[in-house]
Design a protein around this ligand. Structure first.
Ligand SMILES: C[S@@+](CC[C@H](N)C(=O)[O-])C[C@H]1O[C@@H](n2cnc3c(N)ncnc32)[C@H](O)[C@@H]1O
Length: 266
């Protein structure tokens, strides 16, 4: 088992497969569930945006969208357990990528209920974005690593359409550089980020404040996933301690926890 600099297990290889089976089978083992817990908050956030702005068909940018996980849950009114079954169940073993995609496109057609929301996914994994677009989970995709590079003119245009920006499981891989580049290229979209407690949100909130945002943490914590091993837990507890976060009753008991941060223009 390999670990990244923050102490979490390295999962890079499951982010870049041609289809989502390795992604879901690995994360199912870890009881990964943050997209499911985030779903009602995102739905409420989109509805509040509609009411406040009068925009009936908003565009949502999902940062670190992977195989379009949040878009699939929201668009198809699905649960993460359904996604686990779709990609890890017995029916998912035989099909090739093309057959999986045909199955997914039919699913989106039959289940796609959230029709008046446009989803743009941002990720640095081209294979994940390609799958999510072909399946119909995403309407558009931005393949970029904004930690390393500035957005191109075309990517800026894509971000300019954003009304809302959401993320689960991505802050930590990306930080204030990515978030401020998106905010600067767009018309101050509302933001909702579910962020592991081991990653302080203050640097992002600070940069967003300079751009005219106010950030409020939502009360409560959300189970993200189980630790993969005692060693991962120990390394993450070290990172939490360095960040001054008390893990008692939470990470100390075997799960990684996230907090929701809402950032809106003042
Ligand atoms: C844990 S996954 C979360 C995926 C999805 N949001 C979910 O909750 O299921 C993290 C995602 O961040 C992406 N990622 C990592 N570094 C990135 C970067 N520098 N820019 C954009 N995406 C990145 C990975 O490719 C991966 O898809």
């Amino acid at each position: 088992m390999q670990f990244d600099a923050t102490g979490k297990i390295a999962l890079d290889q499951i982010y870049t497969q041609r289809d989502p089976r390795a992604y879901f089978s690995t994360l199912r083992e870890l009881d990964y569930r943050i997209p499911q817990l985030a779903k009602p908050y995102f739905l409420k956030f989109i509805q509040e945006y509609r009411e406040a702005s009068g925009v009936s068909a908003p565009t949502v940018v999902d940062v670190g969208c992977s195989y379009g996980v949040n878009a699939a849950l929201l668009r198809c009114d699905a649960t993460i357990d359904e996604l686990y079954e779709r990609y890890c169940g017995v029916d998912a073993r035989a099909p090739n990528r093309r057959e999986l995609l045909t199955r997914d496109r039919n699913w989106v057609r039959s289940r796609g209920q959230l029709k008046n929301v446009r989803f743009i996914g941002l990720d640095n994994s081209a294979p994940a974005l390609s799958y999510a677009l072909a399946a119909g989970f995403l309407d558009d995709a931005v393949h970029a690593d904004l930690e390393q590079h500035d957005p191109t003119d075309q990517q800026r245009e894509q971000f300019a359409a954003a009304d809302l920006v959401i993320s689960t499981g991505c802050i930590g891989y990306v930080g204030e550089r990515t978030i401020t580049k998106i905010a600067s290229a767009s018309k101050k979209p509302w933001m909702a980020h579910f962020v592991l407690r081991m990653f302080p949100f203050e640097p992002i909130a600070h940069r967003l404040a300079e751009l005219g945002y106010e950030t409020v943490p939502v009360t409560g914590v959300f189970k993200q996933r189980r630790f993969a091993s005692a060693q991962e837990q120990s390394l993450v507890l070290d990172t939490l301690s360095t960040a001054g976060v008390d893990p008692r009753g939470l990470e100390a008991d075997g799960w990684l926890y996230a907090q929701l941060h809402i950032s809106q223009p003042r």
